[in-house]
Design a protein around this ligand. Structure first.
Ligand code: SF4
Ligand code: FES
Length: 228
């Protein structure tokens, strides 16, 4: 077991537990965007940064990926942490201030408007869709491509390497509603906002062709039973 301190509380956790897992077990709130319990930590959004008070003069570290260490002193809501979160949300607001999740987080952090502006985009590049497609579905039909401000999610194309089974996992896991899966005519489908049409392949696990359970309304997929 590891013994450490979080916000003045001494805690014991099994080796390998992250700071975020320990915090959630104790009901200590740490905001997250790119974290999902079903996926490996990605540490992309930096929203979950906490202060490690006795490491390198108060180093900031992503709680979702940083493992608890013996003797560690963690501060989840210090001024340094709040300043960092405000900057993170401001950067996200530059292109996605219209997204309800970002708006709500900004309100929570007291950030009214960003100092920077970019072209409006529903996607905040959290990578959840790409990782879910890889780690949960196992088909890697989409990926994050390019670097810096050119970074984007790359869709399946109408080429032989198309791997999408049209399961809709990316639609369901996206926290901003940036992806919708819509029926189009002729047996193809369109994944927005990329506008690419493609024919989904059969699922390699169940062999099912997705035409039997395609859906036009992603929200309905949460309540509709998927055909076996
Ligand atoms: S499309 Fe959605 S899930 Fe994928 S990276 Fe963008 S915001 Fe995240
Ligand atoms: S939730 Fe930890 S870096 Fe995104």
């Amino acid at each position: 077991m590891i013994t450490f301190t979080m916000d003045g509380q001494q805690m014991q956790v099994a080796e390998g537990r992250t700071i975020l897992e320990a915090a959630r077990e104790r009901g200590i709130p740490i905001p997250t965007i790119c974290y999902h319990e079903a996926l490996a930590p990605f540490a992309a959004c930096r929203m979950c940064l906490v202060e490690l008070a006795n490491r390198r003069g108060g180093q900031l570290a992503p709680a979702c990926a940083y493992p608890c260490e013996e003797g560690l002193i963690v501060l989840t809501n210090s001024e340094k942490v709040r300043r960092s979160r405000r900057m993170t949300i401001e950067l996200l607001m530059a292109s996605s201030a219209h997204v309800p999740l970002i708006r709500a987080m900004a309100d929570e952090l007291g950030v009214a408007a960003p100092r920077f502006t970019m072209a409006e985009d529903d996607c905040i590049l959290c990578g959840l869709c790409v990782r879910a497609c890889d780690e949960i579905v196992g088909v890697r039909a989409i990926s994050l491509v390019n670097r810096g401000i050119a970074k984007e999610v790359s869709p399946p194309f109408r080429i032989a390497s198309n791997a999408c089974i049209e399961c809709g996992t990316c639609v369901l896991i996206c926290p901003t509603g940036a992806i919708t899966l819509a029926d189009v005519t002729g047996g193809g489908h369109s994944v927005h906002p990329w506008q690419s049409e493609f024919d989904a392949i059969d699922c390699r696990l169940c062999g099912h062709h997705p035409e039997a359970w395609r859906f036009a309304d992603p929200a309905a997929a949460l309540t509709e039973e998927v055909a076996p």
